[in-house]
Design a protein around this ligand. Sequence first.
Ligand code: TA6
Length: 287
Amino acid sequence: MESLKIHEIPGRVTVIGGPGGMPVIQVRTDASEAEIHPHGAHVTRFRKNGGAPLLFMSEASEFQPGKPIRGGVPVIFPWFGAREGQPFHGFARVTVWDLQETAALPDASVRLRFRLPEGDGFQADYIVTVGNTLKLELSVTNTSATDLTFESCLHTYFQIGDIHRTEVRGLQGASYLDQLLGERLTEEAGSIRFTAETDRIYQDTAATVDIVDPALGRIIRVRKSGSLSTVVWNPWIAKAQRMPDFGDEEYLQMVCVESGNVREHAITLAPGERATLEVELDTLPLD
Ligand code: TA6
């Protein structure tokens, strides 16, 4: 905690003790507020002044070493999904990242830079910029003498008012792997609606995605660059009940729209090469 305190900026960046005794970095700007846990470099809160929280956080989330936080923006790296004898969705989200720098920028936003300590052949940096929007940049550099292949994904949980009235737009025409059916399909609908567990990996898409939320009267806009995969997930009823760190009814107020490069879009870097995945999140009123 003390080593984090040196990064405090009066009125902008404060370090406090959070759930499970984990340190939490609180950020305040003229336009917004945010919270980031060095555990997983996990953004757990972002809210524009006067608005509802942008990110969903489960009331049942654990805050324990070695366990992922349920909600916010899990940083998925260096693999997506299961790997024999290894943490699901990679080790980055269950590792404490080093906070390297905080800065209050001229445009009144605040930038925080984290580095993943376990750099066996790679260097992973994560820049969180809190302002009118929430900007996230995950940069991976190959520091080894051989090719480096990895998957990455910003597995964002969005707060919504009512899943039954929520629509996801921007993926029409994209092909997707339906993780439940195990089939490759093409998105025919202009708007994706939710009536059951939904777990789809859309591929070859760099599209901006809008989450239309009439219940909260807003659109959440998910812009991305350096990403060709968008994952759309809602656990629905049965899976929600099977998840110990997720409330049975919480599927009603969340949807994941995740931006990354997974499966056939895994990235291969030659020695010394770098790749950056960038996501910018904003909200607009629903007229
Ligand atoms: O991104 C969708 C997904 O792969 C789902 O299949 C579900 O497993 C979700 O991630 C949550 O994974 P987690 O390890 O956080 O429970």
